[in-house]
Ligand binder design. Sequence first.
Ligand code: ATP
Ligand code: MG
Length: 414
Amino acid sequence: MNDILPDESYLWEFFEETVRDWLGSYGYRNIRTPVLEQTDLFVRSIGAATDIVEKEMYTFVDELNGENLALRPEGTAACVRAVIEHNLLYAGPQRLWYWGPMFRHERPQKGRYRQFHQVGVEALGFAGPDVDAEHLVMCARLWRALGLDGIELELNTLGDSDARVRYRARLVQYLQRNEAQLDGDSQRRLHSNPLRVLDSKNPALQDLIAGAPRLADDLDESSIKAFDELQALLRDAGVSYRINPRLVRGLDYYNGAVYEWVSGRLGAQNAVCAGGRYDGLVEQIGGKPAPACGFAMGIERLLVLVKDGSEVPSRVPDVYLVRQGELAERFGARVAEVLRDAGLDVLLHCGGGSFKSQMRKADASGARVAVIVGDDESGAGVVSLKPLREAAQQVRASIDEAIDLIKKSVGRTS
Ligand code: ATP
Ligand code: MG
C-alpha cells in the first residue's frame, strides 16, 4: 500500500481532472459506495473459485455484530448492489462511474499493489453491443487525452452461459488428458473453475494452453452476432483490436464480449484496463434481470505510462509574497488575499527571516514573480515586483497595476 506524496500527487490530480472531463463528455454520472461491503457480495458475484475470492480479499469479522465484511477488491459488485438497493434502474438505464481505492492481498511487485486505485464505468440496463462499443471508443479517447500511444485492445467473447457449459466440458476433458503437465493451481482449478487455467501466467503452461480447444467453436448464435456487430462498430470508429481467443478474465460474472487494454511498456503487469459484459450479475445479486457491461482501469499502471510519455506540468504558484517589517507583515497578508481575489495562486511567506533568505525561498518555490513588500511599500500602499524566471528589473506598482503585470507575465488573460 503506497503513500502518494506531493511530488507525485500532482500527476494524480492531472489524471483526475482529465478523467472527470472525459466521463462528463459521455454523460456518465458518478456513484460513490463504501469501501467496505459484506464479504458475501463478492463471493457471490466474483465467484468462489477465483483468485480474488480464494486468496486476495481482506476480510474480517466485525466484533460488534458478527458481520463478515471485506475491503472491496473491485468496484462492479458494489455498484450493482447500490443500483439494486436504491432501485435506480426503475428510472431507466444508467451510465455510472466510480473512482477509488481497491484492496487485494497480492504478492507485491511492480504494478501490483495491495491498495490500488481504479476508475470504473458501468452501463446498466443496456443490451449492447452499441454501448460496449461506446466503452471501447471512450477508452481510446482517454488514451489520446492522456497522450498515450501503444495501448492495444484485446477482445474476445465468452458467449452465453450454455456456451460456456459446453465449452467447459470439452476443456475439462482436454485438461484431464494432460493433467500431469498442470501446476498446482491449475490442478485445483480443473474442476472448480477450469476456464481460469487459460488465464494462467505460468510460462510452463503456455504450450498446453495454446493447444486447448477453442471457446469459439461452442458459441451461441446471438453472441456471435453481437460480437460481429461490436467489431463492425469498432472498425467504423477506427479503434483497432486483436482477437485473443484465450482471454477469459478472472471474474466469474462476465459473459459475451470481454476485453483488456494492454501496454508493451509495463512488463509482466501489462493490463491497464479491463472489462466486458455481465448480463447475469444484476439478477444474481437480487435485482430484476438487466443486461449490463463495464470496465475498470488501474490508475497506478496508467500513471507509469503518463509519467514516461509526457511532461505534466506541476502546479506552481504564480506569486511568492515576500514581506519584511511589522507593517509589511500585515499589509502583505492583505495583498495576498487581493491577488487571490484576482485569480492568482499566491504563496505567502510565513515564518519571518531576512529579505535574502525569503528571496531564496521565492526562487525555490517555482513562482514566476516575487511580490515584495517592506515598510516603505506598506506606507505608500504599493508593492514591488521582481520577475523570477527572466532577467528583468524590479519595479514598483500599485496593486491593480501589479495584478495586470503578473497576469501578463504568467500568461493569464482574465
Ligand atoms: P491482473 O491480470 O493484472 O491481475 P485483473 O484481471 O486481476 O488483472 P481487474 O480485476 O480486471 O484486474 O482490474 C482492472 C485493472 O485494475 C487491471 O487491468 C489493472 O490495471 C488494475 N489492477 C488489478 N489489480 C491490481 C493490483 N493489485 N495493483 C495495481 N493495479 C491492479
Ligand atoms: Mg488479478
